[in-house]
Structure formats: structure tokens, C-alpha cells
Design a protein around this ligand. Structure first.
Ligand SMILES: [Zn+2]
Length: 222
């Protein structure tokens, strides 16, 4: 009996064959190590794939996805991914990529009880509260929704920059740099929100400066 997911194994077989046809040592090389240049933090939405929309190959992007690309210090999963990517993989770029038509952002815009999703969506509702005046001044609901997607990306970038591991490595090595993007499902294009990383870092360090530890200062003066 064939299952509805049999085609996945068929696809996998064809993919393996095509990779080996291009480079007989492809999997031998892939198994050795990973050295990605990017950490991509995106939404779990099945339409907003990471590697495909970036045209990236296996080994090039370290990926974390959750509902509405949220970074929260109390969420062990995203913080562990960021810490590992920054300190061990030494990625040079961290991308937070949201997308228009995001169901998570849409749900956060509506006042209703969504059970277990409530605490998660509260992160996005907090973004709304932070920018309420700007958002409420947009009359068109679709445009307001797009704006919240963009502001959510911006706020999640700030949450990444608040992390000690990001600030410490940036002070020592001038990397990683944090970028905010939006994927437009309607056109397929990635839009760079041109987050001013340096400016945000300088601003938030007035409150969240986590780089004064002895080990950072001693390594900096070497
Ligand atoms: Zn989404």
C-alpha cells in the first residue's frame, strides 16, 4: 500500500541522485562540518521557507523558525540557537525575516482568547502597544497589518541585539551584524528594512549594556 507521503521519499531519492551527479563527494563534504555565514530567524509558515527564498545551499544558513519570528529571552529555544550561532558557529549575519500575510501577526491583531497561543502572541501584542499611535493612525486595515509585520521584525531585531553574546562578540570582532527583512508572499521578493544596527546598539546599550564583564574588557585590551 502506498502512503500519501511516499512521494517525499521519492523526492529525497531524486535529490540525492542529482547532488551526487553534480558532485560525487557532496555528502562526504556535507557530513564533515558546517560553517554557515548566516543565522536566519523566520516564521514557521509553510510558505516562508528559509533556504529556498535565499537561494542558499545546505551548510550555508543556520535556521530557527517559530510562529511570527519571535525572539524572547525567556524562550530557551531561540536564545540557545542565537548563542550557539554567535559563539560557536561564529555567524557574521543574523537575519530576522518576517512576512506579509503572517497568520501569527494577524491573530495578535484580533482580540480573542487563543488558549496556549496567548502568551506567545503577547510578544506581538506588546509590539502593537509600543507602536499603538503609529499603527492606529493607519486607516487601511491591510496596510496596518503590513506595518505591524515590519515593526515586529524591528522589535525582534532589538531583542537579538539586547543579548549579551551578540553585544560581546560585536565589541570584540565587529560581528555579527543584525538585519531585518520582510518576505513579500505576493511578489516573492525579500525587502530589506535597513535596520540601523549601529544606531540601535548604541541606543539600547544605555539600558541593556551587557558588555562590561571582566573577560570582555580584558580580551578587548589585548
Ligand atoms: Zn507567519
Amino acid at each position: 500500500m502506498t502512503s500519501s507521503y511516499d512521494h517525499i521519499f521519492e523526492n529525497n531519492k531524486k535529490w540525492v541522485e542529482s547532488k551526487i551527479a553534480d558532485n560525487p563527494k557532496f555528502f562526504e563534504e556535507l557530513a564533515k562540518t558546517q560553517n554557515p555565514e548566516y543565522l536566519y530567524i523566520g516564521c514557521s509558515d509553510s510558505r516562508a521557507t528559509a533556504e529556498e527564498l535565499m537561494g542558499a545551499k545546505p551548510g550555508e544558513v543556520f535556521v530557527h523558525r517559530n510562529i511570527a519570528n519571535v525572539v524572547n529571552t525567556l524562550d530557551m529555544s531561540s536564545t540557545a540557537v542565537i548563542q550557539y550561532a554567535v559563539e560557536h558557529l561564529k555567524v557574521n549575519h543574523i537575519v530576522v525575516c518576517g512576512h506579509y500575510n503572517c497568520g501569527g501577526v494577524k491573530a495578535a491583531m484580533t482580540s480573542q482568547d487563543l488558549g496556549l497561543l496567548n502568551p506567545w502572541l503577547r510578544n506581538i501584542r506588546d509590539v502593537y502597544r509600543l507602536h499603538q499611535e503609529e499603527l492606529d493612525s493607519i486607516e487601511d486595515e491591510g496596510k496596518r497589518y503590513d506595518k505591524l509585520v515590519e515593526l515586529n521584525v524591528q522589535e525582534q531585531c532589538i531583542n537579538v541585539i539586547k543579548m549579551a553574546c551578540v553585544q560581546e562578540r560585536y565589541i570584540l570582532e565587529e560581528y555579527p551584524v543584525v538585519h531585518g527583512w520582510v518576505f513579500d508572499l505576493r511578489s516573492g521578493k525579500i525587502i530589506d528594512l535597513k535596520i540601523n544596527f549601529e544606531e540601535i546598539l548604541k541606543d539600547i546599550q544605555k539600558i541593556y549594556n551587557l558588555t562590561g564583564s571582566d573577560w570582555v574588557m580584558s580580551r578587548k585590551t589585548k
